[in-house]
Design a protein around this ligand. Structure first.
Ligand SMILES: *Cc1c(COP(=O)(O)O)cnc(C)c1O
Length: 397
């Protein structure tokens, strides 16, 4: 997921247009800015690229989740279902709205298991957040159909899957809203930044107003400051410089995906020498953003033994079950309810614990992730690196 690999003249030229305009802010200053509206332009380009009618830029992928949840009306007492294999931001955003995260198992897609999802829906479920982890789709069509039957909106956490399609349709455009991250390690990056996409104009309007302190975004002859306020908000406004970089990176996104798809084939062939190897289920290989390659070995012992050989050769793979940031049983701060808030919020309310998490609650995910190894697929893959990895995998046999 390496947008930082191909930073260059295009990003620089875009940023210079902003600096030359003298206006760093996305709203107002119409007279000074000489028609430079980078964030607005980036939103329009991103919406057009993904096939959504509206896009709302914000400061990060985490902010995008928060803004989308608030605009969907999620709040204290509600439950939001997501998967136990994701980056912590997904459930941080749920807790930040006052809602309670509920976790599902993942299946061979390494994303939300729709069968387990159905078991976890209650009358309190107000949103479902499948995460398209590692650049490849969750079973979004099944999840959406199930959510529709229960009348629950789907928010796709597409932070890791910009440029990924399922049957020609962009991830993030299946549910009510899709959120993206442009942080330093994502496929396309603006340093920090995020985006929400939707084809629901009313939902977009709420997101747009919420991320801008509740300023109403309707034509306003009185200028900035004179407008009304439909509700309270907060500040998650993207800067013009980020919008400018986003435009340059978006133009490169399909090229990045193409390069990754080619490099991913190398990993697939190299790993095929391992006896009993299986691969993560990719629902649509043609639409894969190919940011990661994941393979599974028959059991945890063999998985660790193989990775020990790979590590010794200096080409160790990621073992998610050992990772502290992406895997439910390792989120001890969540499980133990650690918070800086003196009264224990959001884990406690009115002196009582609101939720208790069992570290053993997701045995199927533990079994799968315990035998999964992952390589990040770079855009630029040197021949020496390929030889090193291929040799190490042969040695691991
Ligand atoms: C990176 C990421 C986020 C958060 O994005 P930031 O821009 O870093 O705040 C959210 N969800 C997932 C799955 C991510 O990988």
């Amino acid at each position: 997921m390496p947008g930082f690999e191909i930073f260059g003249a295009e990003e620089k030229a875009q940023v210079m247009e902003v600096l030359d305009s003298g206006v760093l802010f996305r709203y107002e200053f119409a007279a000074q800015r000489g028609d430079v509206w980078k964030v607005l332009e980036f939103e329009k380009a991103f919406a057009a690229y993904t096939g959504a009618t509206h896009a709302q830029a914000v400061t990060s992928g985490s902010a995008a989740l928060k803004v989308a949840l608030i605009a969907l009306g999620v709040g204290a007492g509600d439950e939001v279902i997501t998967q136990g294999f994701t980056f912590v931001a997904t459930w941080e955003a749920i807790l930040d709205c006052g809602a309670i995260p509920v976790f599902t198992e993942v299946d061979m897609t390494l994303n939300m298991d729709p069968v387990d999802l159905e078991k976890k829906i209650t009358s309190k479920t107000k949103a479902i957040i499948p995460v398209h982890m590692m650049g490849a789709p969750a079973r979004i069509e099944e999840i959406k159909a199930l959510a529709d039957r229960h009348n629950i909106p789907v928010l796709e956490d597409t932070a890791q899957a910009a440029g990924c399609r399922l049957k020609g349709k962009h991830l993030g455009s299946f549910g009510a809203v899709g959120t993206f991250s442009f942080d330093s390690v994502k496929t396309m990056t603006t340093g920090e930044g995020g985006m929400c996409i939707t084809s629901d104009a009313a939902l977009w309007q709420r997101m747009s107003e919420y991320q801008d302190h509740g300023h109403d975004h309707v034509p306003n002859p009185g200028g900035r400051g004179g407008e009304g306020r439909p509700f309270i908000g907060f500040n998650y406004r993207m800067m013009e410089i980020q919008g400018a970089i986003g435009l340059a990176q978006l133009a490169k996104l399909d090229g990045m995906v193409e390069a990754q798809q080619k490099n991913k084939q190398f990993f697939q062939e190299a790993a095929s020498v391992l006896p009993g190897v299986e691969y993560r289920e990719i629902l649509d290989p043609q639409g894969d953003s190919a940011t990661f390659f994941s393979f599974l070995l028959p059991d945890k012992e063999r998985t660790q033994a193989v990775n020990a050989v790979l590590r010794e050769a200096g080409v160790g793979a990621v073992s998610w079950s050992e990772n502290g940031w992406h895997y439910y049983p390792n989120w001890e701060h969540l499980l133990e309810g650690k918070t800086p808030c003196a009264n224990g919020w959001p884990f406690n309310a009115h002196g009582k614990r609101r939720v208790i998490y069992d570290p053993q609650a997701l045995p199927a995910s533990a079994a799968l992730l315990g035998r999964t190894l992952t390589y990040q697929v770079p855009i630029k893959l040197a021949d020496e690196q390929k030889v090193k990895i291929a040799e190490a995998l042969k040695k691991a046999v």
